[in-house]
Design a protein around this ligand. Structure first.
Ligand code: SAH
Length: 330
């Protein structure tokens, strides 16, 4: 039976994350918080300054979508505990995570945390939200241009088959033959809910992920295993399957739901503005034996040929909030 790509991807992603910790050297891939502790520290300080701009509400929900091992949140909380204890005291941590294995890993690092399956379940109130490499794991549909119309890609026996489109989302009216348009209903629904929440209850969110800054056609479905490329349609759950985040579409959805939108900016520029390299230099001086590793890790996050250009940062805010740190016009 052919299976629509988003349904295949949802099944594959939940099977993949349910039973394993895929991060780091021994796993399948490495993410920014696992590369440098300065990443979570800078985002924690971003959250603290943003909280002050919000008028320092207490309590404030500090929410993370798809927190992995809990590294980003642990680094963020440690940093703000030192620099802005009033913010630390106001913070209530809420993690949105579906994987039982990763929830256990997060619990070991983040005592006193609350977990939810969905963002909708986080109690209302002023919110600061972080999502790093979360949206790229959400299911997408792919439409392919054939003879002046759109067909949809389904998965069958480890390959693609094309079928007539049922319940089509909005698609471009014209496209070159063979062009592929991706569409993630799950991502748009979360962006919509998040924006509505920020508009009504106040707050700000950062979406950090990989994908182009402008709209375009193309097949971005990909998979990783053991730090190398893999066949995304191979045995569901055996490889990490992701797709590029469509930042312009997320931004438009959030704007239509009433949020102010900043960026997307290249992640390297954003992290440099937050002082990531200076923080790494301080860490390196404090630990001379690991200095090389600390500096090269931070460099990888900001360098254009590393993660600094492909990765983007999108800011979503309550419309009354001033421009949050890092998004100042150049
Ligand atoms: N942010 C972490 C992990 C990224 S991997 C880091 O940067 O290291 C993706 C994370 O999202 C994992 O924690 C995975 O279990 C979680 N996840 C994937 N799909 C999800 C969904 N639909 N709902 C909630 N969590 C999900």
């Amino acid at each position: 039976m052919p299976e629509r790509l988003d349904r295949f991807m949802e099944r594959a992603a939940s099977a993949y994350y349910a039973g394993r910790d895929p991060f780091g050297q021994a796993g399948d891939f490495t993410t920014a918080p696992e590369i440098s502790q300065a990443f979570g520290e800078c985002l924690g300080l971003w959250a603290a300054v943003t909280w002050q701009m919000m008028g320092a509400p207490a309590p404030v929900r500090l929410v993370e979508l798809g927190p992995g091992r809990g590294t980003l949140m642990a680094d963020a909380l440690r940093a703000v505990g030192e620099v802005m204890p009033a913010f630390r005291a106001a913070v209530e941590v809420h993690l949105v995570e579906t994987s039982p294995t990763l929830r256990a890993a997060q619990a070991a690092r983040l005592p006193g945390t609350q977990w939810h399956d969905r963002l909708e379940d986080v109690p209302p109130g002023p919110t600061i939200l972080l999502a790093n490499e979360f949206f790229d794991a959400l299911p997408i549909r792919q439409f392919i241009r054939r003879e002046g119309g759109w067909r949809e890609r389904f998965v069958q026996d480890g390959g693609f088959v094309e079928h007539a489109v049922e319940a089509a989302p909005p698609l471009p009216e014209t496209a070159p033959e063979g062009a592929i348009q991706e569409y993630s209903a799950a991502s748009l629904a979360i962006a919509h809910h998040l924006a509505g929440r920020l508009r009504m209850q106040g707050g700000a969110a950062l979406v950090l992920d990989y994908g182009p800054a402008a709209e375009g056609f193309g097949d971005s479905l990909q998979a990783m295993t053991r730090h190398g490329p893999a066949d995304p349609l191979a045995g569901p759950g055996s490889v990490d399957i992701t797709a590029h985040v469509r930042f312009p579409a997320l931004a438009a959805e959030a704007r239509s739901a009433g949020a102010a939108v900043h960026g997307p900016l290249p992640m390297g520029l954003f992290l440099q503005r937050l002082g990531l390299m200076s923080r790494a230099a301080i860490l390196a001086r404090a630990n001379p034996r690991a200095a090389g590793l600390i500096l090269s890790g931070a460099e990888r996050l900001v360098a254009p040929e590393g993660m600094g250009r492909l990765f983007k940062v999108l800011g979503l805010c309550h419309p009354g909030l001033a421009i949050p740190p890092g998004f100042e016009p150049a």
